[in-house]
Ligand binder design. Structure first.
Ligand code: ADP
Ligand code: MG
Length: 330
């Protein structure tokens, strides 16, 4: 049996907006009632259009977004944390274990620090080493793992390409020896060939070190290649989760099907069959009643507009939230 490293139960993040700080006008339901389990050592993909709440969910699992409702627990052998009540020394310990790789490799790195100092900073802030020699040794090890040369360490970030910068960000995230990493759109800003390079690096780190990854992308075709398990997010909710192979061979939610059919196909017979996704994702401040996807779903019926479908197991760990998934499969 595989172990679950991170589990959330009814996790919600609501941002107050408008009015005053004490009396907000309304709330952005950025993340709403998420139940998710991430297995230890897995490469877990989170996909959905921009604005669906992926970044907020990833950050909430790192306790870097405010948890409004629900729970998140982390369990690794004897070590366990309940994120809702985590603070003080325990929160510091958790920060060593759970790291973020930033979205934009151009914005994330301080231009005035050398690569060595950028990678070493977490060690110094968290006091993980006791001498400069030890820090240098650790930085060299991690840099090599991320395929950076020793001479790179003396330079400043502006001297590097996007792919190299992303590797510097990865090295910085890895240096504190984390167990869980959230990589948020880590390759979105890069060229396709470099994207593949960085993804392969993350994947080999996962295989070698057993680190658990949550990989966030708006692009299902990126996730298809590397993830063991995929969760599809829409307007703050998970609408389908499954082992990757199952999700790609037999998607069950109309939204997932639309995302998949938007991936350019190499098979000429499949080309042009794409069910285009019309319209835009509604505002999370004022989400539609019933199924969150009903306003854009061409299969929506009255029930979909009234009643929100729950995420339920359709067999083999493949979960889907759609009233009509069985009918639509036929
Ligand atoms: P994604 O990463 O999928 O694009 P986000 O998690 O960034 O989605 O955002 C989800 C929703 O929450 C969006 O509507 C966004 O505008 C809103 N949001 C994100 N962060 C904040 C914040 N700090 N304050 C108010 N609204 C926010
Ligand atoms: Mg995002």
């Amino acid at each position: 049996m595989s172990e679950v490293l991170i589990r959330s139960d009814d996790l919600s993040v609501y941002y107050p907006i408008g009015g005053g700080f004490l009396k907000p006008k309304s709330y952005v339901h950025a993340v709403d009632g998420i139940n998710v389990s991430i297995e230890k050592g897995s490469f877990f993909g989170l996909v959905g259009e921009s604005g669906s709440g992926k970044t907020t969910l990833g950050r909430a699992l790192l306790k870097a977004a405010p948890i409004s409702r629900g729970e998140v627990s982390y369990q690794d052998g004897e070590v366990s944390y309940d994120l809702g009540s985590l603070n003080g020394q325990d929160l510091k310990e958790y920060r060593k274990r759970a790291q973020l790789i930033f979205q934009d490799p151009y914005a994330a790195l301080s231009p005035r620090m050398t690569v060595r100092d950028i990678i070493a900073e977490p060690l110094e802030v968290m006091r993980l080493t006791s001498s400069r020699d030890e820090t240098d040794e650790k930085v060299r090890q991690i840099a090599a793992k991320c395929r950076l040369n020793l001479e790179h360490l003396r330079r400043f970030p502006h001297a590097f390409s996007g792919g190299q910068r992303q590797r510097i960000s990865i090295a910085r995230a890895l240096v504190s020896d984390p167990k869980f990493i959230v990589a948020d759109e880590s390759v979105a800003a890069l060229d396709v060939s470099i994207q593949a390079d960085v993804l392969n690096l993350l994947k080999s780190i996962q295989k070698e070190s057993g680190i658990t990854f949550m990989f966030i992308s708006h692009d299902l075709s990126v996730v298809a290649h590397v993830c063991d398990h995929v969760a599809v997010m829409y307007l703050g909710r998970l609408i389908e989760t499954a082992p990757s192979r199952q999700l790609f061979s037999m998607p069950k939610h109309p939204y997932t099907k639309a995302l998949l059919s938007a991936i350019p196909s190499l098979d000429p017979d499949e080309r042009g069959k794409a069910e285009k996704l019309e319209g835009e994702i509604p505002s999370p401040t004022n989400p539609p009643p019933g199924c969150k996807f009903q306003t854009r779903c061409r299969f929506a019926v009255d029930k979909c507009r009234r009643e929100e479908p729950r995420l339920e197991d359709s067999g083999g760990g493949h979960n889907v939230a759609c009233h009509r998934w069985q009918e639509l499969l036929a």
